[in-house]
Design a protein around this ligand. Structure first.
Ligand SMILES: Cc1cc2nc3c(=O)[nH]c(=O)nc-3n(C[C@H](O)[C@H](O)[C@H](O)COP(=O)(O)OP(=O)(O)OC[C@H]3O[C@@H](n4cnc5c(N)ncnc54)[C@H](O)[C@@H]3O)c2cc1C
Length: 174
């Protein structure tokens, strides 16, 4: 999922093709519209979500900006998805969200078939291994194909904070 000018169109493409192909859709917890989008998507059938915080810098009028607000919305959305019987990819490296998600999964007695954790290749491998050791499924995200370089630099340009993460990762600083 790219930045907000493309959200409506991307969801519409997903809606058009979801009945003919096995598809999932990414939603961003920082967008205020996401709960309504999730509701509509679930009303239209079993949905496979990837739930992430969102990486772009969006205006305050449409997006939560505070870390805590985004975390709270993330957990509300996860609860909404699990309550509606959706398939959920919990895509985050935020230890707080990982641990709160695990509590929610346990409290709901969620079947391992209904969710998995998802992380980017190379990001916080220690946390990744802990999650796997606790018995959860883990999917690793790898950009590939001819457009990988454009994709990677576009995301870096949109959110330069990521460059700091990558730099720290290269130096082995946590
Ligand atoms: C599988 C997957 C798919 C995604 N798809 C999308 C998408 O389609 N659209 C979109 O807008 N966003 C997408 N994202 C990015 C996501 O929205 C966040 O911007 C990003 O993952 C950081 O949020 P966080 O939940 O990891 O928490 P944060 O609190 O931001 O990160 C926790 C810690 O993880 C580390 N970290 C996080 N991201 C990186 C990174 N890129 N490189 C190095 N270290 C990092 C840092 O140490 C950081 O302190 C995706 C993320 C994942 C895991």
């Amino acid at each position: 999922m790219e930045d907000s000018p493309y959200t409506t169109e991307t969801l519409a493409i997903y809606e058009e093709f979801r009945t003919r192909h096995k598809l999932g859709i990414v939603v961003q917890a920082y967008l205020k519209r996401t709960s309504d989008d999730v509701k509509r998507l679930m009303d239209n059938g079993k949905t496979n979500f990837r739930l992430c915080k969102g990486i772009y810098v969006e205006p305050e009028s449409i997006a939560f900006k505070e870390r805590r607000e985004i975390q709270e919305n993330y957990l509300r959305l996860l609860d909404q998805m699990l309550s509606g019987g959706a398939q959920v990819g919990i895509a985050t490296h935020d230890r707080y969200l990982v641990e709160e998600s695990e509590k929610m999964l346990k409290a709901r007695n969620t079947s391992p078939k209904e969710y998995e954790f998802q992380m980017l290749l190379g990001v916080l491998p220690g946390l990744r291994d802990e999650i796997v050791a606790r018995g959860h499924r883990m999917r690793i995200y790898v950009p590939y194909g001819e457009a990988w370089y454009g994709y990677s630099t576009r995301r870096l340009k949109e959110n330069p904070q990521i460059a700091g993460y990558v730099f720290k990762g290269m130096l082995g600083i946590r």
